[in-house]
Design a protein around this ligand. Structure first.
Ligand code: BV8
Ligand code: ZN
Length: 247
């Protein structure tokens, strides 16, 4: 991809598909998808939590355990390398699994929060790690219930994260939408904003999505494989350039 080789101002948006090769089920799609057993409204929503806090709490405990045992895959690792290799690179994720950070990405804009963080439903204070060592729903010192610090359906995204993502998308020369069905808003607006402002839009996703027809380049293949091949190409190109060092 010429723009990557030319050190273009690059913005990447990732979704659950980037973590699929780490064994973390995606939200929609295959039979092992997270929603296959339950519906989003039932679990990833305040109404779902209030209606059945124990079920939602156990679902997050199960996901936290599964994610804790997962390892970042080559897709996460290449994105961490691109952050160091390109002078203007922004990583925006819808994922809450912390795998980008575990792969070495230092600046990660988390649009939907982080599954390893919890907060009080009543006062909003962060809950200490110890608070959820058990499967019982822990209580805050103010008496409120503790909940995962993720963005549920019907909840606003963290303002600073969303604004940073919108500004980055609006000034991107290259925007890569990777492993996302582009169905959840406002995250799904980002590739459209970038394209409208003149970015070269690349999609890396197993399936066709609503943004595929608008993309300049589409790779319907596993993101770990595609990103590894792109990184190999960058290293070949850089080696052929005089006095550049590629780690
Ligand atoms: C909001 C965090 C303003 C929690 C998530 C009715 C009422 C209220 C709101 C709405 C409504 N109707 C619509 C809305 C807006 C709603 C929305 O967009 N709904 C959709 C379903 C239509 N959005 C919201 O509610 C947002 N807030 O709008 O606030 C507001 C406030 C009040 C009232 C109105 C508006 C909040 C959205 C955030 C929800 N939280 N997660 C948690 O994780 O538990 S969403 C969840 O979906 C995850 O974050 C996930 O990342 C995200 C998007 O899914 P994807 O990442 O794209 O994953 P998916 O499985 O869908 O796709 C994976 C893709 O990867 C597939 O295409 C697959 O082919 C591909 N793939 C698989 N393997 C690979 C691969 N690709 C490459 N390689 C592979 N190996
Ligand atoms: Zn509290």
């Amino acid at each position: 991809m010429k723009l990557l080789r030319d050190n273009a101002r690059t913005v990447v948006l990732t979704g659950a598909g980037v973590s699929a090769e780490s064994g973390v089920p995606t939200f929609r799609g295959g039979s092992d998808s997270l929603w296959a057993k339950f519906s989003p409204e039932e679990l990833a929503s305040i109404d779902g939590f209030m209606a059945n806090p124990t079920l939602v709490w156990e679902w997050y405990s199960w996901r936290r355990k599964l994610i804790g045992e997962a390892q970042p895959n080559p897709g996460h690792e290449v994105l961490a390398k691109l952050e160091k290799h390109l002078s203007k690179f922004t990583l925006v994720t819808q994922n809450v699994d912390n795998l980008h950070q575990r792969a070495g990405s230092e600046q990660v804009i988390e649009l939907h929060g982080n599954i390893h963080k919890n907060k009080c439903l009543r006062c909003g204070r962060p809950a200490p790690e110890s608070a959820f060592a058990t499967d019982q729903i822990p209580k805050c010192s103010c008496g409120g219930m503790i909940r995962p610090d993720v963005v549920w359906f019907g909840e606003l995204l963290p303002e600073a994260a969303l604004n940073a993502a919108i500004v980055a998308a609006g000034s991107a020369e290259l925007f890569m939408s990777i492993g996302t069905s582009a169905l959840v808003f406002p995250a799904a607006d980002l590739p459209v904003i970038a394209k409208r402002r003149g970015a070269y839009l690349v999609e890396i996703n197993l399936e066709e999505t609503r943004i595929s027809p608008h993309a300049d380049e589409v790779f319907h293949a596993p993101s770990g494989e595609v990103l590894s091949a792109l990184w190999d190409q960058i290293r070949v190109d850089d080696k052929s350039r005089p006095n550049t060092v590629v780690d």
